[in-house]
Design a protein around this ligand. Sequence first.
Ligand code: HEC
Length: 109
Amino acid sequence: MRQIPCTIAVLLAVALAGCAAALPPVLAADIAYAQQQWPESTAETLQQGRQRYVVRCSNCHALIVPSAHQPGRWRKEINEMSKRAHVLPLERDLILQYLVTQSRDATKP
Ligand code: HEC
C-alpha cells in the first residue's frame, strides 16, 4: 500500500511534463547557430524562447515540434500566430529564435 501514492505522484509528474519534455532542449550548438542571425543570443534567451513557446502557443492547439516546419515557415507562422496569441514583440522574437534554431535541419516546408 505504501507504494501507491508514490506511483501516482510519478505518473502525474510524467503527464504534466509530457508536452514540454518533447521539445528539444537548448544545446551549445544551438547557441552558436542562433548567434549567426541574432548576435545577442545566449543560452538564456533561447531557454526563455522555449518557455514562452510552451506558455503562449499551447492554448488553442497542441505544441508543434519545431522540426515540423522549416525556419522560413516558422517566420511566417510566428507573425500570424503572435497576433492571435497576443504575444508582445520581444516575446515573439524570443520564441522565433528558439523555433528557427531548432528547425534548422527540418526538411518539410
Ligand atoms: C488563439 C488561438 C491560437 C494561439 C494562441 C496560437 N495558435 Fe497556432 N493556430 C491556431 C489555429 C486556429 C490554427 C489552424 C490554422 C489556421 O487557422 O491558420 C493554428 C495553426 C498553427 C500552425 C500551422 C499548423 C501546423 O500544424 O503547423 C502553426 C505552425 C502554429 N499555429 C503555430 C503557433 C505558434 C508558434 C503560436 C504561439 C506564438 C500559436 N500557434 C498560438 C490558433 C492559435
